[in-house]
Each structure stands twice: as C-alpha cells, then as structure tokens.
Design a protein around this ligand. Structure first.
Ligand SMILES: [Zn+2]
Length: 437
C-alpha cells in the first residue's frame, strides 16, 4: 500500500498537460508534491491520513496571476474612470508617497486573501515595501515571484538606490519560505528608467540568474514620447540596449508593431496579457493572436485592484478571450482550453516555473484547486472547459492546495483569519487617505 498525505478522490481532473480530462479521478499528494494523478481504477491502494471526497468537483492546476501589485489592494475604488497619466500622476503616485510599510502589509494580506479564495495559487508582483508582500505570502501559504520595484523618473541617485534595494531584496528572499518565494528585478517601465539603469538591471539579473519583470508598451502616449526621444519603438529601444538578453516578463504589450512582435518572439520574451486593466484604463487591445502565431508565450494577469478592481483570474480569462474575439470579429479566436492554458501552463512558463507548477502531473509541486460544479451557474455540464472560462467565477473555488498544504477547504480558510485581514485593511485604508505626505 502506498502512503500519501492527502488523497483527493472522485473529481473530474483537468491536468492541463493535454486537453484530455480524467473522470472519477484521484490525486495523491505527499509532502509538497503530486505523487499520483489518474483514474480511480488505476490508483491502486493509496493510504492517506487526509482524504477529500471531491465528487461533483473539478480539479485543475492552481491559477497563475502573472502581473499584479498586491499591496495596492488598499487603493481599490480610490481613483476611478481616469486616464492612465492622470490616474498615475495625480492619484496613485501621491498616495504611494504616503504609503508606510504597515499599509503595504495590510494591502498585501487583503490581496493574498482574495487571490487564495479565487483559486490563484501563484502570482508575480512588483511594488515597493516588497518585504511586506513576502510576509503576507509567507503567512497566507501562497506561492509568488516577487520584485522590489525600481523607478528612476529622472532622478539618477534615486534609481541607483532603488536598484541596490531591489538586489538586496532578491538576495534575501531567493528561495525563501520553503521555496515558495521566487524573485526577479523589476524596472517600472522604459519611460521611467534611463537606458543606463535598464542595462544595469539586466546585468545584475543575469549575475543573480533571475528574470526581469517590466511594464511594456502599455500606453500610446508614453510610446510616442519614447519614440521622439530615442527614434525607435519601446521594444526596439530595449532590444538595442540588450535588455531582452535573459528571462523577461513583460506586462501589457498593447502598442506593438509587426517588427516589435518579431523581436519579442525572437528574444523569447514572455508576454502578460492584462485585459481588464487595459480596458478599464482605455489603453487598447493587445493583439494576442499574432503573438501566439509567432510562438510567443502569452500568460495572463489581473494587474492591481486599483485598475481592475478584483483579483479574479476567472473573470480575467473570460474578459480576455471575449475581448480577443471582439477585436478580431471572430468567435474562434482564443478558445476556452487555450485561454485556461494561458492562466496555468503558460503562466508557469512565464515565471520560469514550468518544471514545478502549471499542470497536474506526478512529480510537480502540489498546487491544486477544486471548483464546485454543483453551483447553478455550472449546470448542466456539456463542456467542462467552456464552463470554467465562460460560466465560472472565483467564488466557485471550493478547495485550494498550495505546496501540499490545504489553505482552504470547502471555503474555510486554514492560514488566514478573514475577518482580521479585512478589518486591518479597512483601518489602514481609512488612515491613509487624510494622512499628510
Ligand atoms: Zn502594473
């Protein structure tokens, strides 16, 4: 008899290693790894202390949110219906100037709570006070790729200081929290960091053997400004200075020329499609079909609740595919299975974690979610992928396992105290607004 720690039985499994589904499936978890995935009839006799009867549920890999600023959860609903430039300069940056470590921690905890309840098991984050995000990740039990943000905005000394801080963070947190925290370096954008600083960031990332997370081609206005300054597009400019020579996670990628797309494909840049935030800020539509046809790995992200306003990848997946169908006036673009791949397999690859997470396979880390398919919005069941993408929302997630630990079971949380997290966030949000800079 084989021994496991957790045995999940009776569910439909979407392993996401192929389109095949497993009916009456079994998932066995030992320590932090998946030791069996398959049909009950071929599972043999596996013994486990903890058994989860998952009949009527669908198991899939935990969702991967490849772009957010989780501490900004505190800013939800604070600056609505504004253009990016005004939103950033008049609302968000002044608020950030007042933000203290404890505020960032309260926001990050709230964001982690929300993601956990919505079945997001891994996320990529860039912001300030990232050690506070690491603390929230550690306490919530989630997995994350964190980066202390770097923004120069014409101030060289500030840029240098932020780079040092960012390197220090990366060294300190690399492999932290039982290997659940991974790190990157994160320059805010090509328009807010000088070429010299961007090159230094890439050099340091290469030395540390880590990736770089950046906002890319998000705004047409900034795009024009950069073009006027450097005589070429944002992507061409970054390519020229060698910025793409190494693992790159590029969020948005809306304003791209054919040449830009070919550069991204040639350099193996991982694109994060952020449909809800792009729509909300009225920035444009990323041409995902062309990127996929060129072989670019495209993942998905929510962005922060200041521009989304929820951390729900089910909603992001639905908006994401609908927007593409509309953009190309073609309902066949980005089918349900391909969309789910973007939030699982492609997300894992975009973070350089494809060997550990993104699919339900033996030997992978046990990041598993169970979706409750007894809900009225998920009946009847004709096409499981269609129900996941077009009919499901975060609240349908019943159970969440990360790194072999059950973080939520039947919507009951094991790591975070929901009420305490919410009260703390409300207190900090109320204090932050009237505070003098
Ligand atoms: Zn962002």
């Amino acid at each position: 008899m084989e021994e496991a720690d957790i045995l999940i039985t009776g569910c439909t499994i979407l392993p996401m290693s192929s389109k095949m589904t497993i009916q009456d499936g079994v998932i066995a978890v030992k320590d932090n790894k998946i030791v069996f995935v398959g049909k009950r009839s071929s599972a043999g006799n596996i013994h486990a202390e903890k058994k989860i009867d998952a009949r009527g549920k669908v198991a899939l890999p935990g969702l991967v949110n490849c772009h957010t600023h989780v501490a900004m959860t505190l800013f939800r609903g604070i600056a609505e219906d504004k253009p990016l430039n005004v939103w950033l300069r008049r609302h968000i940056w002044p608020l950030e100037a007042k933000l203290k470590k404890e505020d960032a921690y309260a926001g990050a905890l709230l964001g982690c709570l929300e993601m956990l309840k919505n079945g997001i098991t891994c996320f990529a984050d860039m912001y300030f006070c990232e050690d506070m995000v690491a603390k929230a990740v550690s306490e919530s039990g989630l997995r994350a790729v964190l980066a202390e943000g770097i923004i120069e905005a014409g101030n060289k000394t500030k840029g240098e200081q932020m780079l040092s801080k960012s390197i220090e963070f990366a060294k300190k947190f690399y492999g932290n929290t039982n290997g659940r925290i991974y790190v990157m370096l994160a320059p805010h954008a090509a328009y807010s960091c000088s070429p010299e600083l961007l090159q230094k960031i890439r050099e340091n990332a290469s030395k540390l053997e880590i990736g770089v997370h950046i906002h890319l081609a998000e705004s047409a206005e900034m795009f024009k400004e950069l073009e006027a300054n450097y005589g070429c597009s944002e992507v061409e400019f970054l390519d020229k200075i060698g910025f793409f020579e190494g693992h790159t996670l590029a969020a948005h990628c809306i304003n791209l020329s054919d040449m830009d797309r070919r550069i991204l494909a040639g350099r193996g840049v991982n694109v994060v499609y952020v449909p809800v935030s792009n729509m909300k800020l009225g920035l444009g539509i990323a041409r995902i079909k062309e990127l996929i046809e060129l072989g670019v790995n495209v993942a998905m992200g929510t962005d922060s609740p200041a521009s989304n306003n929820v951390l729900d990848m089910f909603e992001t997946m639905k908006f994401g595919t609908l927007l593409q169908k509309l953009a190309y006036m073609n309902p066949e673009v980005l089918p349900a299975y391909e969309t789910l791949k973007m939030a699982t397999v492609n997300g894992a690859k975009a973070l350089g974690l494809e060997r550990s997470i993104g699919t339900l396979e033996t030997g992978k880390k046990a990041d598993v979610i169970l979706v409750d398919f007894s809900k009225p919005n998920l009946k009847p069941l004709h096409d499981v992928y269609a129900n996941i993408i077009y009919a499901c929302h975060g609240g349908d997630v019943d159970t969440v396992v990360v790194d072999g630990k059950i973080l939520m079971e039947q919507r009951q949380l094991n790591t975070l105290n929901e009420r305490a997290v919410i009260e703390k966030a409300e207190r900090h949000a109320a204090n932050l607004l009237p505070r003098k800079p």
